[in-house]
Design a binder for this molecule. Structure first.
Ligand code: HEM
Length: 511
């Protein structure tokens, strides 16, 4: 008998051989934790704990910690992760031993598109150069100059909420805040007007949402390398990538246009600019230095503080992506908290009025809003927009008696560290007062922006944006819960960012 032109017994034999090889390979890779004495669940050979994670959501991790303790091994498909709750080990991994733990799991770096050459995904050698170039964007001095643009965007946000209040419509608050953060990143990062606040379906918002919605298991390239990480070179070679062709086209074209336009500006105009785009252009590669950097010559690398044209596109893309989603998400959770805790909302309005009066918020005066700071911290504790981060183990290393095998990842379970009942009594309850004694909380249990050299680069900008937006909005409107607004948010989508399963809709009341 023939099957697809092959002899049937031969085809069957081949198939059985492939299955047996796959089984042996999967079995061998699963032995890694046992060999190093790391406890953990006995998980599916191919899918690891992924199927259970998709079914159970956040209960999956709660269960594993209870059963296996503060250091345990888990498999996400074929990716081995050692989940760590011990603050001493976390400090070593995130801060002290950067030479061993410099990289993180990068699921978006899957093709040779300029979008993949970004700071988030970059391997440590490239990362050092890019981070050094990009960091000055977020200095206090630069942020002070960006505040004008943020205030203009926040005024428009307030007008949009007032309109929702007047019309009595239920507001999907993430849409409003997303439109705001996209406009703010356009203004602070690139000096352009993104019309997202007049058009919630603006093409920047639409394309960014497409990336985020498609950034996990629904993406075929990500799925393949999660199940078989060894196939990464093959996936890269196919060019499927983590982004659709239209997304790549859109961002590459948009950034190329911004660069072209800026280059046509007069010299005085360019000198006046303090934004991220100008910073990158000032570091634009003229060819020579960057080639030197690639040779591996240390001295040449140090002098080569340059970005290629492709790298400029990659950084612009990650700033838009990260700047939009995380900050909008934090603001939507803040609005939910204020709506469900009217006492907190009143106290915040009272502080804004007594400390700032009619002053426009700026980089310095918002530091005087101590209750605001506590509310934002507690929002980030309960709902960290990035619920986890990771670090790659580049060489087998022992910390506090635990051996972390080379080739695995340390999983930093931010969301679960933030809900540890020993650190935060009644961890699921909003309690701004916890932050009265912030210095008593171990920083390893409060990681909304990660920690160490690879901490979020946009942290200060994000905090300024969140606080300035809240000042403007709370002066004019009040968030009010609907009859079906839950007392506690417990259902989240199982993607890389913390998104509620159902959009948060609230009533807007004018003050
Ligand atoms: C509330 C808002 C934000 C939250 C909660 C957040 C959270 C995070 C977290 C947890 C990480 C990983 C850190 C680590 O592994 O230690 C990260 C990295 C990063 N974030 Fe943010 N982020 C926010 C806003 C922003 C903004 C506004 C930008 C850019 C304008 C940004 C750009 C980045 C970049 C580029 C990285 C990679 C940094 C590196 O590897 O050097 N983020 N963020």
């Amino acid at each position: 008998m023939e099957l697809f032109g092959c002899n049937f017994p031969l085809a069957l034999g081949l198939l059985a051989g492939i299955v047996a090889l796959l089984y042996m390979y999967a079995k061998r890779r699963k032995s890694v934790f046992k060999n190093f004495g790391i406890p953990g669940p006995d998980q599916n050979l191919i899918f690891g704990g992924t199927l259970e994670f998709l079914r159970k959501g956040i209960d999956f991790e709660n269960k594993n910690r209870k059963l296996y303790g503060d250091v345990h091994g888990e498999w996400f498909g074929g990716i081995a992760m050692v989940t760590v709750y011990d603050p001493d080990i976390l400090k070593e991994v995130l801060i002290k031993d950067f030479d061993t733990f410099g990289d993180r799991l990068a699921l978006l770096d899957l093709d040779n598109s300029p979008l993949s050459t970004n700071l988030f995904s970059a391997k440590v050698d490239t990362w050092k150069r890019i981070r050094k170039i990009c960091s000055p964007t977020f200095s206090g001095g630069k942020l002070r100059k960006m505040i004008k643009g943020i205030n203009i965007c926040a005024e428009k946000l307030t007008k949009n909420f007032i309109r929702a209040g007047e019309s009595g419509e239920e507001a999907d608050v993430k849409e409003y805040f997303g439109a705001f953060t996209m406009a703010a990143i356009g203004s602070t990062g690139f000096g352009i007007d993104i019309d997202s606040q007049n058009d919630f379906n603006n093409n920047f918002v639409r394309e960014t949402k497409k990336v985020l919605d498609n950034a996990f298991l629904s993406n075929i390239a990500i799925l393949i390398i999660m199940l078989f990480p060894e196939l990464r070179p093959l996936v890269k070679w196919t060019g499927i990538g983590a982004f659709s062709a239209s997304t790549k086209r859109f961002f590459i074209q948009a950034v190329t246009d911004m660069i072209k336009q800026r280059k046509n500006d007069s010299k005085e105009e360019r000198e006046r600019r303090v934004d991220f785009l100008q910073l990158m252009l000032d570091a634009e590669d003229d060819g020579a230095d960057h080639d030197a950097a690639k040779t591996g010559d240390e001295a040449a690398q140090k002098s080569a503080n340059k970005l290629t044209a492709e790298e400029m596109i990659g950084q612009a893309f990650i700033f838009i992506l990260a700047g939009y989603e995380t900050t909008a998400s934090t603001l939507q959770y803040a609005a939910y908290i204020l709506a469900t805790q009217p006492g907190v909302q009143d106290k915040l309005a009272e502080e804004i009025s007594s400390v700032l009066g009619d002053e426009e918020p700026d980089y310095d005066n918002i530091q005087r809003l101590t209750f605001m700071d506590r509310v934002v911290n507690e929002t980030l504790r309960l709902f960290p927009a990035a619920p986890g981060t990771s670090r790659y183990v580049s060489k087998t290393t022992t910390i506090k008696g635990w051996t972390f095998p080379e080739g695995t990842y340390v999983n930093v379970p931010i969301l679960f560290l933030h809900r540890d009942p020993d650190v935060y009594p009644e961890p699921n309850k909003f309690n701004a007062e916890r932050w009265e004694k912030k210095s008593e909380i171990n920083p390893m249990f409060f990681l909304p922006f990660g920690h160490g050299p690879r901490q979020c680069i946009g942290m200060r900008l994000a905090l300024v944006e969140v606080k300035v937006a809240l000042v403007h909005v709370i002066r004019h409107i009040r968030f009010v819960r609907l009859v079906d607004t839950p007392d506690e948010l417990t259902e989240f989508k199982t993607t890389g960012v913390l998104q509620p399963k159902t959009p948060i809709k609230l009533k807007i009341e004018l003050r």
